[in-house]
Design a protein. Sequence first.
Lengths: 436, 399
Amino acid sequence: MFLYYVDLAWRSIKKTPILSLLMVLAISVGIGITITTLNVYNMMAFNPAGERAEQLNTVQLWSQGPDSWADYHSQVTYQDVMNLRKGKVANEQAAMFRSGMAVQTDDPQILPSLNGVRVTDSGFFNLFEVPFIYGNSWDKSVDEQAAFQAVIGKKLNQKLFGGENSVGKTIYLNRKPYQVVGVIDDWHPQPKYYDPTSGAFSKAEQIYIPFSLTASEEFSVWGNMSGWKYERLDDYQDRLGSEKVWIQYWVDLPTAEDRQSYKRYLSQYVEQQKELGRFTDGKSPEESAQLSNVDAWLERNHVVPEDNKILLGLSVLFLSVCLVNILGLMLTKFLKRAPEVGVRRAIGASRSQIFSQYMVEVGVIGLFGGLLGLAWAWGALYGLSARFGVAEGLTHLSLSMWVITPAIAVGTAMLAGLYPAWVVCRTKPSVYLKSQ
Amino acid sequence: MLNIKPIVSSLLRSKSGPILLLMQIILSVAIVANASFIINERLTMMQRDSGIAEQEILTFAIYNFDPSIDATLQNKVDQRILRSLPNVKAAASTNMLPLSGSGWSTTLNLGPDPETAKSTPQVAMYMGTEHTLETFGVTLVEGRNFYADEITDDVNSPNILLLITKALADEVWPNESAVGKTLWAGRDVQVTVIGVVDKMQGAWVDSSDLEYSIIQNVDYSGNSYMVRAEPKHHEALQQQILDALMTENPNRVIDNFQSIAVVKENSYRDHELMVTVLSMMVVLLLLITSLGLTGMVMFNIQRRTKQIGTRRALGATKGDILSLFLTENYIICIVGGLIGGVLAVLLGQQLMQHYDLPQLNLIYPVLTVVGMLLVTTVAVILPARKAANISPAMATRSV
């Protein structure tokens, strides 16, 4: 029966090609716009941590003085990080910031190149489940006893060592020798959730080195550094002892109890610091520290820009205009065929049969509209990425869209078709039989 | 002349068609008004004058990676080399690039005690020398530029002098000259304003404090350099700069050559994207609405062929028939426009509440309704001309 209705629908569409084309166009344009914005929004709002989203947390501390910042800053000070790292209360932890250095090898053929570098702890690789091809992270002991070791990315390994197992080889960062201990696979979480503060959709760094080297090597900071009061900083050591915030601090807390006890630990820590004369804004210790899981962290760093939310909202409204439009066209078309329906009813078709026949026709039109809309969306995304250099990760038409789009299109069309189909199935056979 | 009453009563009696059209117009007005408002807001934003010679400034980064280098000395040598290159009008090192979205910012206090003193808004904090004004291409409107012997290498020097923008001067000292005034960075850190420049934007294009900038008399040895030259020389200059600086000291990476115009374009890219997508939406929406309208009118004409023929037979002119359809359309458009206008304002309020958008200017719904009237007129006239051509004989013919 269904296939028979599809056949009927196809004949009906062929009978009124222009009206049908108009309907398909209207749906496709609405779907095209909606899917384009929805796709970008989905990519931006994606949480790459998956099921670990709850257990991965960043730490924020209300270390600012009175009448300064009105909210937590995403990042924390060096002194707080060093104190919390010593505590080792969390299952796994990693402090980190972005830096950059010139990279060389023993091969003079390879020209020095400037690379983004992530300065972090060994816990980083476990926290974010970074896949290794060769070797492994540096040992946990290196997080306390600094050593010149590095983990590099697959791409850099290809460039420097032709892609072979480079564990044990030496690279020079700002002319200092570092021993390669591991090579990671291509790994670029989008959004770059471990540190969205320096470009939420930029690629992951190709070099990782121990955070414990920071104090002696005085790595430059290629990220945001903020202060809430004037502090005279004559050298790097001043910065390390200052109230400036510039480091992200992640902890792994698998269960709710872990998170509870970690919050208690943070309160105790703040209390100690208050006795030392820090944390001077009159908040209680409980209110001076918070944990943000991955969702909260992405929200806090405005990974999805407001503009995209506005666009998504407007495009849903746009789709509703298309829906009303199709409704009108459909009504026109169905009423035109009322005489035919009259005859069918007279011959014995039931109302529900007429109704389902027309719903199938509407669905077919919706499907065509959806497919065309998908093509529009693909074209629009392609055009946008070519014209505006939008991050690659955002303009891929995601796989789920291939299912979602036709579903939305058919759904929209059937919603719009409900009323016209209902009107037409109530046609009284007598009216039309009489005049003929 | 326009027989509105019978038209209205006939509209009221035909059930779904006009209501659908009305809904469509209401929604379209609400969307188009808000979208064009946002488009205009962004375009205005993008057209602001930065005060800086965007096209002429070529910027690049020098990254010295030899730990034994004397950065202060190298910085001076490099700048001297840059100024000696052909076609270079001016060159300077800087701690940040204008309009780039990253850099230094601070607030300064109007008194020594940070607890009680009023403070300035957030200002972009440039570090520069006596060459910086010329490199930026900004004009001094009051006071003087730095003298060469006033330039220090130390960010924490006790003798900091300031050049500030007129916008900042007017904000902090509304009715008096800013030159000679003192500001405080910390309790004991005083800085003196020696000059005011006309216009010089900071780094963050989305900030409301974009017009507030200062230049301090510090020859900053960081990574960023600016060279001012005619745009046609930029390509050749790039190679000359690379050659000259790499010969001087090979232990470095020099890259990221781009003009401030390009930097600016990148910073405004998201707004440009927003403008493009919204414009697309507006055009498509108008198109869809008018296509729908045309379809509906065509259907109406077919249904009312006999009626129109009768009217023609009774003495209605072609113009009368045209104006019948147009009046019908205008009634729906104006009612839809009114309701749509209210909806647009409500939507604008929602947007303003949840997002960082200013209040919707009422001119936008009004303009949208006017635009809608124009577009729909075309959409109605095309099929209605056909209706007007229906011959009176149609009425006498049986079905």
